[in-house]
Structures are given as structure tokens and as C-alpha cells.
Write a protein that binds this ligand. Sequence first.
Ligand code: ASP
Length: 324
Amino acid sequence: MKRLLLLAAAVAAFTAQAQSFPGSKPITIVVPFSAGGPTDRVARDLAEALRKPLGGATVVVDNAAGAGGSIGANKVAKAAPDGHTLLLHHIGMATMPTLVRNLPFKVESDFEYLGMVNDVPMTLIGKPGLPANNYKELATWINENKAKVNLGNAGIGAASHLCGLMFQNALKIDMTTVPYKGTGPAMTDLLGGQIDLLCDQTTNTSGQIEAKKVKAYAVTTAKRLSTPALKDLPTLQESGLKGFEVTIWHGLYAPKGTPADVVAKLNTALKAALKDADFVKKQEGLGAVVVTDKRMESAEHKKFVADEIAKWSPVLKAAGVYAD
Ligand code: ASP
């Protein structure tokens, strides 16, 4: 009898918590990279857009950076499943299972999928004083300098790591890779001339490209972009790197076990945030595109990530880059 009463009390508390979501404590969006970088930028815009649809709740960003984005993802996988700790992550959710040895969580079963956010192209950029002024000159310069070329990235499993691997593979040249906890600090070092090259999302690079503070060589999408600051950049494909195509996508996650009605509330709020005119405009200005209504759905998000794991795993393995 005592047991039954305890069980009933637990169920009642659980239901009350779900009904009152969001509660009085803030909702934290964990970004698995440093502040000031491209994922952080998307998360801060999203946090702002989520406030209203979440009834005025406080939504904050926590940068749990390191290990290519796996530290932050693990933090959310192990967090209380009450809807107050969320993860914003990118294509790394699909590459980490292949690239990171002993990943401490399972991408496909340790999270509730809340819906996708946007697609973001990448750009290949160089430090201000780099002698190459276009992609052709860059290819020659890399060929002359080979391993002396320093290529920054955000650690194994990050988007910049993936792009850098694809780039080195396409050129058949091993450069020196310099890992950071995010491409925010990598950009600081690129601007200071400490590293030579970076492949990074337009959410971090478009402003620097527009202000002509970095050298911009190409975009990683199959087609040229229409964003004013980026529209003159050639694609890597048209620059001679056959089949080179990578676009970064972001999705929002909660720990596995978050109650279904809390997941539904978060999904509804996410959809409203993604329709917010201000959010959409900000993303467009940064070269990013908000996902279609279909991809805002939890089930579609889950399927998309599974498909991306299936797409990238053989590519990475064929390139000889994977954790054994
Ligand atoms: N752009 C980074 C990456 O390479 C991550 C970041 O700092 O947002 O994955």
C-alpha cells in the first residue's frame, strides 16, 4: 500500500511538472562550441526567438565547448530530462559516431529530437595577408607550402574538421591542422595571422568577408549563394574539386526521457520561433536558410540525422578517417 501511494505521488509530481512546463527555472540551450562562433550565433538568435512562444521564459545559452562538440552533447545526454536543458548541435551529430573514439553517448537513442533549425553553407577563407587572391592562386600557394599550411578547426568531429578533411583529401595534401574549442577563437587567430586557413559556416564568416577582413576563396555548396556578401564567391566544385559539397544543418535536442508533452511543447515553440520574421531575416543575412516545415517535425529530424549518419560514415571511412 505504502509503495502504491509513493508511486501515485511520483506520477502526480511528474504530471504536474509536465503541465507547468516551462517551470520557473531558465531553459538552457547548451552550445557544444565556444562563444562567438557560428553555432553560438545561431543558438543566441534562437534563444531570443524562443522566449515568446515559451510564454516569456528565460532562455540562456551555455557554451560547453571542447572535443569537437562531444562534451556539450554528452552534458545534455546526461542532464535531467525535464525540458530545461537542451542541445543545439550541427552535422557533428552525424559525423561524431564515425570520427570520435569511445563517444560517451548514443546519438540515435540518448536524445529526444525536437526539430531542425537551419541549413548553413561553409566558406573557405584565409588570413588577411595571405598572398593568394583567388582560389586558383590559393591552390598554387598550398601546393608550394603543403604541410606548412596551418588549417584551423573546432576539433575532431566538428564541421570545420569535416570540411578540412574533405579539402585535404581532394587536394591529396596533408596540412597542419590546429584544433580549437570552436571556430570563434579560430577566427580570432585567423584575423591575427596565427593560422592560414579556415573552412567555416557563413554564420561566422559572412561579416568578416563583407568587411574584407579575411580572404574568401569559395563556398562549399553545389550552387553559388544569393546572400549579397557571398554571391561572388565560386563553389569549390566549379573551382575544380569535383563532387565537393557540404552544408551544415542544426537541430535542437533534449535528453532522452523528456516527457512527451514537454517535447511537444518545445516542438511547437521551436516552430513558432522559426517563423519569427526577425529570426528568419537574421538567418538570411548570415547566409543561412531556415528549414522547411517538414524538417521542423521531430520524426523528420530523427530520420534526417539517421540518413546523414548513413551518408557520411562510408565517406569518412573511405577517406581513411575514423575512430577504430
Ligand atoms: N563551426 C564550428 C565547427 O567547426 C563550430 C562552432 O564554433 O560553432 O563545427
